[in-house]
Design a protein around this ligand. Structure first.
Ligand SMILES: [Zn+2]
Length: 53
């Protein structure tokens, strides 16, 4: 009890990182300020290509 539900969730399509908050404005801030981890994004591209092949 007393937990605030994280009703707003953003997920980056490139690096699959996600952020959840009870406030939409915080999620918007995360989306605006998010920068993909280049190594993680590159790794996910490799995984996606391997699955598609
Ligand atoms: Zn990202």
């Amino acid at each position: 009890m007393g937990r605030v539900p994280l009703s707003h969730i953003a997920r980056c399509q490139r690096c699959a990182e996600s952020f959840a908050s009870s406030r939409a404005a915080e999620v918007d801030d995360w989306t605006d300020g998010h920068r993909c981890d280049p190594e993680l994004a590159a790794l996910l591209v490799l995984v996606t290509e391997r699955r598609a092949a």
